[in-house]
Design a protein around this ligand. Structure first.
Ligand code: GLN
Length: 534
């Protein structure tokens, strides 16, 4: 008989920013490694329906799934760690929940009752979680509760988890992530953890595993205290250490027997597993044998390091594939506009990422021109490709002032224009061309060579496209149109004939995994390595 679905709920305590997503993904990976079908679910308390309307410079990158859902960037971590694509049903937000319940109320589905957080909203949550688990035939559901215990925003969700725990008994396990500060020299302070644990217990939830972040390794003394005050066995207290690369965290947890403890508690398989491709690649990230490359991401400046996280990770994956380290720096395109391209001279390759809004677009065009003229490997992602086309149109095809109508409505040469189906759209949420679309690659192009196949699929998030009425002129001018969308001929990819320069309307970084690196990123890194060696 098939085993019943098991549930693990990860909660953050004391403060935010402890790396709950990476921890949850690492636990998911340990389970997946044993052959279990793991379904990650994340709850986010905000009232936005999805992340599509959030500013990435405040909130971090908007991640896009195959089905077009715009979700929290933690989903990128899940997909990268599990090497598996998830659906939008894995993302539960406050906005989606309230919207559902209110819509039901408007349809009269509550039969005249007053609609309440408990039981109506909490029932909705439990039905959602169990429903996706069934649909996906999950062996184990790993639920990450966004925010920190004690927040107003996730209180009702935790209440739903308490109820679910009550219904499922031994099939559900709560994990508390906590922070153990240090006053220096091994003097670790467990009191915040004790208080946070009491707060959780006051909600009727008893964490059975406690995982501790801190600046220093967890001492035996600290573990004993946590065990005593929080009523967990000492073997169930774990260290979540600082690691040189996040990809090492699963192994760090494994070494402390986290899998064993979870397996004992949830009655899972315990046979040991072999070294895998993943382990080999993680070893290469930690100690690459090749040279170090420097890549500039030329975009809108941001102090939020997470705004371009998938691009950075795709470079890590490509680096591991090529056995070299790839460092990525943000270079402000507005600064290039003002001061020229000098700042780019120290870089081995350049990426112009996706984006919205006019600021800095002229700087991006300058940077692309610099790459084309100097033979610096270049990759343009979404807006990056659109700007690549504008640069080529202006400087090679002689189309003066060519631009995207997103930035210059009156341009004489609208080489990038709004997609026809986008013209009448007014609402902002989930209305772009979103998710996975196929692309046909032309033979004998660099793109075709890198992907090694003619039909590919990548994820999208845009409103504009290369203007079909300029495609002929661009082609005549020497720009290689290397990929088009089969249904409506949208230009999906283009490249320069000489040197390495590829633009894609898609966001291939979103599907890059350590075990399946994005071909265009691998191409970029290989080209940069070749240039470096001379
Ligand atoms: N702003 C451009 C568009 O909407 C590019 C979007 C992006 O880079 N994701 O088409």
């Amino acid at each position: 008989m098939a085993q019943r679905t098991k549930y693990i709920v990860v909660m953050g305590s004391i403060m935010s920013g402890l790396g709950k997503g990476i921890l949850s993904s690492s636990i998911a990976r340990l389970l997946r490694k044993r052959g279990y079908r793991v379904l990650p679910i994340k709850f986010d308390g905000y009232l936005n329906v999805d992340c599509g309307t959030m500013n990435p410079f405040r909130h971090g990158e908007v991640f896009v799934l195959d089905d077009g859902s715009e979700v929290d960037m933690d989903f990128g971590t899940y997909e990268r760690f599990l090497n598996q694509s998830v659906t939008g049903r894995s993302s539960i937000t406050g906005g989606k929940l309230f919207k559902r319940v209110i819509e039901k109320e408007r349809r009269g589905e509550f039969l005249g009752r007053d609609v309440q957080i408990v039981p109506h909203l909490t029932d909705e949550i439990k039905a959602w979680v169990r429903g996706v688990a069934d649909e996906e035939k999950a062996d184990i559901v790993l639920i990450e509760v966004g925010g920190t215990v004690g927040d107003l925003e996730n209180g009702y969700f935790l209440e739903a988890m308490r109820q679910l725990g009550h219904e499922l008994g031994q099939d559900l396990l709560f994990i508390q992530l906590t922070f153990v500060p240090s006053l220096g020299k091994g003097e670790l302070k467990t009191k915040p953890t004790q208080h946070a644990n009491r707060l959780i217990q006051s909600m009727g939830i008893r964490p059975e595993i406690i995982i501790c972040r801190g600046d220093e390794p967890l001492t035996k003394d600290a573990k004993e205290k946590i065990s005593l005050y929080c009523s967990v066995a000492i073997e169930n207290v774990f260290d979540d250490p600082m690691v040189p690369t996040v990809y090492q965290l699963p192994e760090m947890l494994e070494k402390q027997n986290l899998y064993e403890v979870v397996a004992n508690r949830l009655q899972l398989r315990k046979e040991s597993v072999e070294q895998s491709e993943w382990d080999k690649l993680v070893g290469r990230i930690a100690k690459p044998s090749g040279p170090e490359l420097k890549v500039a991401m030329v975009g809108k400046y941001t102090s939020v390091g997470d705004a371009y996280v998938s691009i950075k990770e795709a470079l890590v994956h490509a680096g591991a594939a090529c056995n070299c380290r790839v460092g990525a720096d943000m270079v402000d395109s507005a600064e290039i506009e003002e001061k020229g391209v000098r700042a780019l001279e120290k870089y081995d390759a350049i990426i112009v990422p996706g984006g919205f809004g006019k600021r800095g677009t002229e700087g991006k065009i300058r940077a692309i021109q610099y790459c084309r003229e100097k033979g610096v490997p270049f990759l343009g992602l979404c807006l990056g490709m659109q700007m690549m086309v504008a640069e080529y149109a202006r400087n090679v095809c002689g189309l003066k002032g060519a631009n995207s109508t997103e930035f210059d409505k009156g341009t004489e040469h609208p080489v990038v224009d709004i997609l026809p189906e986008q013209m009448s759209i007014i609402e902002k949420g989930a209305t772009m061309r979103l998710g996975a679309y196929p692309c046909l690659l032309r033979e004998k192009t660099k793109a075709h060579e890198l992907y090694g196949q003619a039909e590919i699929s990548e994820r999208h998030r845009h409103r504009y496209e290369v203007n079909p009425s300029y495609v002929q002129r661009l082609g005549d001018g020497g720009l290689v149109i290397s990929g088009v969308s089969p249904k409506n001929n949208i230009v999906e990819m283009c490249e320069w004939k000489d040197g390495f320069g590829i633009g894609t309307q898609a966001h291939p970084e979103l599907k890059s995994r350590l075990e399946a690196p994005a071909p265009l990123f691998v191409g970029l890194v290989k080209a940069a390595l070749k240039e470096k060696k001379g």
